[in-house]
Design a protein around this ligand. Sequence first.
Ligand SMILES: [Zn+2]
Length: 201
Amino acid sequence: MELNDIEVGILKALQEDSRRSMRSLAEELNVSTPTISTKIKELEDMGLIRGYGARLNVDMMGLHTFVLNIDARPDKLESISKNILNMPEVRTLYELDGGSLMAVFSVDQLREMDRTLKELKGMEGIVGFGSSRVTGTFRDCGPVFLEGRASLDLDCYYCKAHIEGKPVKMELDGRKHYLCCETCAKEYGEKYRELKERSNI
Ligand SMILES: [Zn+2]
């Protein structure tokens, strides 16, 4: 699915400052305030905007940050990822091609990192890892570069197939749902109502 200029404009602006008012966005992008709020709601419903949060200056907090490359057994990758995400000190976790993981940990005390490393060493399916300490932060999770238009990977809420072209939008309980075709939309709508009725009983 392609994002249009207004959507790209909104994403660019909100990445810079998520507290931007709808009115100032509307002025900048030359559309009405309700258009902006509808668009933002859609981007949230789609799951593209995952949330809004404060960006902290990690360097000011005296934290020790480490980047870890973790080699895992392919059959254990999922359980290892889950275990790592349960560790409160992990801030980023990527799966890399070739089946390894890259994690960023920030800890208050160096001895906490020793404990973390020990915990990882004991995790079943981890076959090896390397760690490097971060000595400076030039940019921490920066904005996504949006050149003009950007395409979006969106899967059908019903059949889970990749949506090519324009999705069929359905509004249910004030939230937009995205389907690949009219058939999926019909069946999804029926299922949704059925489930809702059942949960109301
Ligand atoms: Zn579908």
